[in-house]
Design a protein around this ligand. Structure first.
Ligand SMILES: NC(=O)c1ccc[n+]([C@@H]2O[C@H](COP(=O)([O-])OP(=O)(O)OC[C@H]3O[C@@H](n4cnc5c(N)ncnc54)[C@H](O)[C@@H]3O)[C@@H](O)[C@H]2O)c1
Length: 350
């Protein structure tokens, strides 16, 4: 068995789509078949939603995307005004992005760790495994503790996850962001709200548990997930034409789709999401949300049928192609920043 230092020697590198012009490749896929043709159509829809002057774009993230090398794509998408709000699992935002912003890295595991036969030895070394990727558990504990410190410093009251993640951005501004590409920090600087509807189900959960336990019966901060839903719905009402770019499925997919119905509940006739692209490996057989088609979402009144496309692919393959296409097509160049955080916190505007 290798030592801890040997196992954690090769960091995962984040792909830079600016360096790879994939436009001719995607154009060539358009008249192929199967997933290649679906992907080319998804690329067209993505480019179209970016160029639609009325469209606000919501990026949905599930799965282990940041640890897998996709972080720079999303940080660049924020910088290039290709994204106006993010709905994510907590793992992507806290355990992975904020973790790297604190100066830690994910590591390329040797081929043999995939088999699982080394997992007991990894446990002894305090190394966590995500399939072929390794993490120093001690560093993850430091990430948990940073979220506890942030909770300790907040005024005790209920917060949306969006408010808490903004406080994480402020923490990075104060203590220094140790990576050039952090989603949390770029979103903070560019007023892009990030929502994690199941926020306790990640590294932040450990920090929040520690905060609440230490405070006992005294005043403490807490999470208000209904506030998250209300805030994202307010954005839909504020900007009725919307597009979804979804990677994986899970809670972020349903949460973002549901704001159409929530707006209706609040008495606003918000249209269905005009554009929707989903990249997923899940399929329809189990009837679960993650693999349900966007056409099915239309039956629920959530997604319009004209511009929707499922891409059945693992994200590390399809996402660089889709964002690379949008980046090199340049439709974002004249796209203004929506700065939706300011819509939710007008008092914040200097
Ligand atoms: N993923 C992790 O390593 C991790 C770590 C800590 C906490 N969590 C928490 O667990 C909960 C579930 O999150 P999750 O990340 O496991 O997502 P999930 O299980 O909810 O994923 C939903 C769907 O996305 C699809 N998907 C996931 N990764 C994909 C990929 N690379 N390419 C294509 N499709 C993909 C899956 O097939 C699945 O159907 C969240 O609350 C999260 O914060 C996850």
């Amino acid at each position: 068995m290798l030592t801890k230092a040997e196992l954690l020697a090769t960091p995962v590198e984040h792909i830079d789509v600016a360096k790879h012009n994939v436009v001719p490749l995607i154009e060539a896929m358009r008249n192929m078949a199967f997933t290649a043709r679906d992907l080319a159509r998804a690329a067209d829809i993505t480019d179209r939603m970016i160029r639609d002057p009325d469209c606000g774009i919501i990026l949905c993230l599930a799965g282990s995307l940041i640890s897998a090398g996709l972080k720079k794509i999303f940080a660049d998408a924020i910088r290039c005004n290709m994204v106006d709000a993010i709905v994510s699992t907590g793992a992507n935002i806290v355990d992975q992005d904020f973790f790297e912003a604190l100066g830690f890295r994910h590591y390329v595991g040797p081929e043999r760790v995939r088999s699982g036969m080394d997992d007991a030895a990894l446990r002894d070394l305090h190394i966590d495994r995500i399939y072929d990727t390794l993490i120093d558990e001690d560093e993850l504990r430091a990430c948990d503790d940073a979220t506890r410190q942030i909770a300790d410093e907040l005024e005790p009251r209920p917060y949306s996850s969006r408010e808490f993640i903004r406080a994480m951005g402020a923490y990075l501004e104060q203590h220094g962001c140790k990576t050039p590409d952090s989603i949390v920090f770029e979103a903070y600087k560019n007023d892009v709200p990030i929502f994690c509807p199941a926020f306790s189900d990640c590294s932040a959960g450990f920090g929040l548990v520690a905060h609440q336990h230490a405070r006992g019966d005294g005043p403490k901060m807490s999470l208000d997930s209904a506030k998250d839903f209300l805030e994202l719905t307010q954005l839909k009402i504020h900007n009725p034409t919307t597009g979804l770019f979804m990677i994986g499925g899970g809670v972020p997919k349903n949460f973002a789709q549901d704001v159409v119905v929530a707006a209706d509940v609040l008495g606003h006739e918000a249209p269905m999401h005009k554009y929707a692209v989903q990249v997923t490996v899940a399929d329809v057989r189990d009837g679960a949300l993650s693999g349900s088609t966007l056409k099915e979402a239309s039956s629920w009144g959530k997604v319009d049928l004209a511009y929707e496309q499922m891409v059945y692919s693992e994200a590390t393959l399809a996402v660089p192609l889709l964002f690379g296409y949008a980046y090199h097509k340049g439709g974002w160049k004249n796209r203004p920043a929506r700065r939706w955080s300011r819509v939710l916190e007008p008092a914040d505007v200097a």
